[in-house]
Design a protein around this ligand. Structure first.
Ligand code: T1G
Length: 680
């Protein structure tokens, strides 16, 4: 084995050359890897003793793409197209041997081999669209030449991965190897040589595109129409489609030029910078600053959930779905039965959609133990309380749990804003208490705010974070404060939205400005969906707020078809003149001069105070890093991923100066962290 450089080795198995990439963690196409590959294939081209070459990767995966951390930096090392040309124009057959995930540039490199083999678990994809990009190394021109233009369009606009079975069926791989992959690839290479098989260049075979520009035009038109809602706001999907259209309409090298041009437009755009920021921010969120390296998560083999309502049921499903048994507790049999039946119905619906079998439904339900007796939680490793938001009730429950739960059990509250330290004070083991704030529907929403109490033990925190990852959540550490990270900032937006309402902006205008910005829903649509009477009490209501007045007038939102909007039987909404009249009257009563407010003011007043609150949260250490705040808002509150999150947007899109200027005009006290800038 001869090292070409620190990450690429070249060895021989008789007359078969083996190029091995070994660049943990995911063999990304860094400058060193590109240099190593260029060197290896140059050596192979110059060695007449070599009859074929196998490209394989060490570690957990084949090349998982270009090295994203190099983007935006001055280019170094061999250019990827040069490496690909060296492979494609190799004088001997090149076989790519794939395991793990061949993604992005990794698959594009494999598509420049003359043959591809893989193990049975390998996955294949071009996920660049998730980074606001497109496959910029020939993937949009070569992939359709193998799987057809239609399949390629789906793959590059969704970023979805293809499994080995489908890859073999579609011709993406030529063989799925049993046993040792490298040995299987070398054997395959020997057969290619022995049978004098051609050096198949994907670029030269357009026979599988599946149609012409004319015959496929209806497909592309229908595809755009069918995905218009999903692609709204994103630049990358359309650019990807354009490249596949070019692959169908143009010769290979012309199509490559279109790909290059579209790629550079996206690469230099803010959306891709935002989505790349989010890629690394998601991974950074899992890290706990200052956690000693030797702190390992505690085992969580059995979970208890208190409360079988909407949140308790959804939380339980997260564990049942990954094989962890759950004991769920309720006060009354009827509530328990209702909770369990909703869990079953949700699973049965997923089975009907073909996500898994009815056997799997039974297996998951088989892991659920409903009970009316909290003592049945005595052997749980983690207990999550998900009952009504009332401090006295929660402290009572934690006091009882303190006596029931085994030593070392973690006690978590799903409170969405109450003081976790006060809840912990109801126990003799505050170091084992923290918050695990799920978002509704808890079995769907990816975000989990893990609230670190003043006395929470680092190992307990690490365990909750690990449990979050294990159950498919993006866990973010938050400190104890009112509303933690997300709800605390949301309150600032709602405050301004309510003020704008009185000053003259219509609910529909405010909602439109925020949905045009990219949020799935505006604040007043959300209020109508959640129900205007959440936390409202008819007996004590004195018409002090607009919401009181709306509720006193019988408006409840979607649940009774009238709130800020009136809703028809298909839930289509139109502004509710009754609500507008109530708002008018309230504003007049308060002597507020109403005026026309433009969209920019609406947007800035709704979002800038949020950013300021985010800066305060950082200043108080209630969030570890600004990118965590971005992850909270993208995964819990519908902030558009192509805008990178509120803190990224503030820094990279709007600029802190503009925000400070507007906040000062609004009479807001500007956080020093906003003035001085924050750790990303
Ligand atoms: N570049 C740089 N670092 C990467 C990386 C990449 N492509 N992929 C992963 N990492 C780092 C990641 O930050 C983390 O670091 C560690 O590896 C483990 O990752 C020209 C333009 C491969 C499925 O989009 O989807 O090719 O946090 O925690 O859950 O057309 O990583 O430990 O310091 O995610 O097992 C296209 C991106 C690039 C694939 C593994 N490729 N990666 O998941 O581990 S653009 C992608 C993934 C491109 C060309 C274009 C996943 C994974 P740290 P991890 P995992």
């Amino acid at each position: 084995m001869a090292a070409i450089n620190n990450v690429v080795d070249l060895s021989r198995d008789g007359d078969i050359a083996v190029v091995t990439v070994n660049s943990p963690p995911v063999n990304a196409l860094s400058a060193d890897v590109r240099d190593g590959l260029a060197g290896a294939f140059a050596a192979i081209a110059g060695d007449t003793g070599v009859k074929a070459a196998v490209l394989v990767c060490a570690g957990r995966t084949f090349i998982a793409g270009a090295d994203i951390s190099e983007f935006g930096k001055p280019p170094r090392g061999a250019a990827l197209p040069a490496v690909q040309d060296a492979m494609e124009s190799s004088p001997v057959p090149v076989i790519a041997a794939i395991h793990g995930t061949a993604l992005g540039g990794g698959l594009e490199v494999a598509l420049c081999a003359h043959y591809r083999v893989s193990d049975a678990k390998a996955k294949f994809g071009l996920p660049e669209v998730k980074l606001g990009l497109l496959p910029g190394a020939g993937g949009t021109q070569r992939l359709p030449r193998i799987v057809g233009a239609k399949k390629a369009t789906e793959m590059v606009t969704s970023g979805a991965q293809m499994n080995a079975e489908d890859a073999l069926a579609s011709g993406l791989v030529d063989e799925v190897v049993d046993g040792d992959l490298t040995a299987g690839a070398i054997a395959f290479a020997r057969r290619v040589v022995a049978e004098k098989r051609p050096l198949k260049k994907v670029r030269d075979d357009a026979s599988k595109l599946g149609g012409t520009a004319k015959s496929l035009a209806p497909f592309f038109a229908e595809f755009r129409k069918a995905n218009a809602k999903a692609f709204k706001g994103f630049d990358a999907p359309e650019a990807n489609i354009k490249c596949i259209e070019a692959a169908v309409a143009l010769p290979f090298d012309e199509g490559l030029k279109v790909e290059r041009a579209e790629f550079m437009k996206l690469m230099t755009g803010l959306q891709s910078a935002a989505q790349r920021h989010v890629f690394f921010a998601e991974r950074a969120a899992a890290k706990i600053d200052g956690l000693p390296a030797d702190v390992q998560p505690l085992p969580v083999k059995k979970v208890g959930v208190i409360g079988a309502g909407t949140m308790g049921g959804g939380i339980s499903m997260n564990f049942l779905s990954v094989g962890i048994p759950v004991t769920i507790v309720e006060m009354k049999q009827e509530a328990l039965d209702r909770g369990v039946s909703i869990i079953r119905k949700n699973y049965e619906n997923s089975a009907k959609k073909g996500r898994f079998s009815m056997d799997e439904v039974e297996a998951r339900m088989g892991r659920l133990t409903p009970t009316l007796n909290m003592d049945d939680l005595a052997d749980c490793d983690l207990i999550i309380e998900a009952v009504f938001e009332n401090m006295a009730i929660k402290k009572d429950i934690f006091g009882k749990l303190d006596k029931i739960a085994k030593p070392g059990a973690i006690l978590a509250s799903n409170t969405s804003y109450l003081d976790v330290d006060e809840i912990a004070s109801a126990t003799s083991r505050p170091e084992y208490v923290l918050g695990m704030h799920y978002f509704s529907p808890a079995n769907v929403m990816r975000l989990l705010e893990v609230v670190r109490g003043a006395k929470t033990d680092p190992q307990v925190l690490a365990t909750a974070m690990a449990v979050g990852k294990q159950t498919g959540k993006i866990a973010v550490v938050a400190g104890v404060c009112h509303g933690f990270i997300g709800n605390r900032m949301l309150a600032r937006r709602q405050q301004q939205a309510n003020a704008l309402l009185l000053e003259g902006a219509a609910p529909a205008d405010i909602d439109r400005v925020l949905t045009d910005f990219g949020f799935p829903m505006g604040p007043f649509q959300m209020s109508d969906l959640a129900g205007l009477d959440i936390g409202w009490n008819a007996e004590t209501s004195k018409g002090e707020t607009v919401r009181d007045r709306l509720c006193e007038a019988g408006l409840r939102g979607q649940k009774n078809g009238k709130g800020f909007y009136v809703y028809d039987e298909n839930r289509n909404r139109t502004p509710n003149p009754e609500a507008l009249a109530i708002i008018d009257a309230y504003a007049a009563e308060k002597g507020i001069n109403r005026r026309t407010i433009d969209d920019q003011e609406i947007l800035e007043r709704c979002l800038f105070p949020m950013v300021n609150e985010g800066a305060r949260i950082l200043a108080e250490g209630k969030a570890q890093r600004a990118s965590d705040i971005d992850i909270v808002w993208i995964n819990g509150y519908g902030w558009p991923v192509y805008r990178g999150g509120p803190m990224f947007w503030a820094e990279k899109d709007v600029g802190r100066e503009r925000i400070i200027e507007v906040l000062e005009k609004m009479g807001e006290e500007v956080s020093p962290v906003l003035k001085n800038g924050w750790k990303a």
